[in-house]
Ligand binder design. Sequence first.
Ligand code: ATP
Ligand code: MG
Length: 390
Amino acid sequence: MTASFPIAAPAVLGVMGGGQLGRMFAHAAQTLGYRVAVLDPDAGSPAGAVAEHHLVAPYLDEGALADLGARCAAVTTEFENVPAQALRALAGTRPVAPGADAVQICQDRAAEKRHFQASGVPCAPFATIESAADLASPALDALLPGIVKTARLGYDGKGQVTVASRAALADAWRQLQQAPCVLEQRLPLARELSVIVARGRDGSIVNLPVQQNLHREGILAVTQVPPPDIDAALAGRAVQAAGQLAASMSYVGVLCVEFFVLADGRLVANEMAPRPHNSGHYSIDACDLSQFDLQVRTLAGLPLVAPRLHSPAVMLNLLGDLWFRAGGAVAVEPDWPAVLALPGTHLHLYGKSEARPGRKMGHLTITAASAAEARRVALRAAAALGLPAF
Ligand code: ATP
Ligand code: MG
């Protein structure tokens, strides 16, 4: 479809999904004078609460999609499980970025891994399991011990079962409702990195600095930027690979690529997210352009400029568990004053009315003049909140 760029404010920018990522996209868009429309079935969605328009409807609701298309100059997405069909329907009338084809690749672990391979980016050895015959294949032996992951709809470690033996494999697949899965080899991780790139309609690419991530129980817990003692050449290879993966999908928008660094120093791609990512939240407070600023710029066809990290940072995820400390049955507010009394703390709460264990309620970014100082203060903040050290 033809459209004229850049899109000028106060045009309305649309976002599929109303979670915290959509909320922070809305904040960035509104700073540039745009208005925002959110489509999300939840009337209490975090982004819906701050957007000018909140269409409360299922993602495939034809009337709602037509309404969103009519209101918006362009539409983006904030979660990868938005139906590709909905993006295709919208793309008939409005520019949509990222496009349905790229989102579809990122939605399916098998397609994603094939894209890694086709782009010359190493990933964990894997096989697809879609039938009993696949499950019986002798080739799976070489992948054990491994992890069975549902090909679609997994997040925060959900839809994953670790398997040590062949016997455990059939059980694991049953546990996952025999949905299409991938079995990937369990790799010895030395550290986890992620890279966020933004690619414009003109093919220009910029990146945020490389992040180091610590997961607890499959959920991101801590991001450190810059990564402690990172080898510059390795970081450069991760940035280069992420840019390559975006370019080979003709991607427009913000893309996050998660990487493993193996014990022997090899760099292996884990997965991609076709949107801003939890590991990039620090960029709001620590960079002169955030991942959400980049998302707005790519959508509106505005120039991309390489973001600069102006302060080393540590980001702590704030999960709903914090509201139930010491095993309490009743939700109590965490001690924010204790955290806000520390220097360089930036508290972001997503406006979710109900805390639940494992639910992402907010994040805390600590910025400081040095990485060592950011870490020292982050450890004090973690202690004040009852979070483990890292
Ligand atoms: P998220 O949505 O939080 O990114 P996810 O549910 O998509 O998570 P993955 O990124 O596939 O899940 O895996 C979550 C974590 O589990 C990884 O960050 C890593 O710590 C661990 N993990 C996943 N795959 C492997 C592997 N092949 N070998 C070793 N550890 C792994
Ligand atoms: Mg992941």
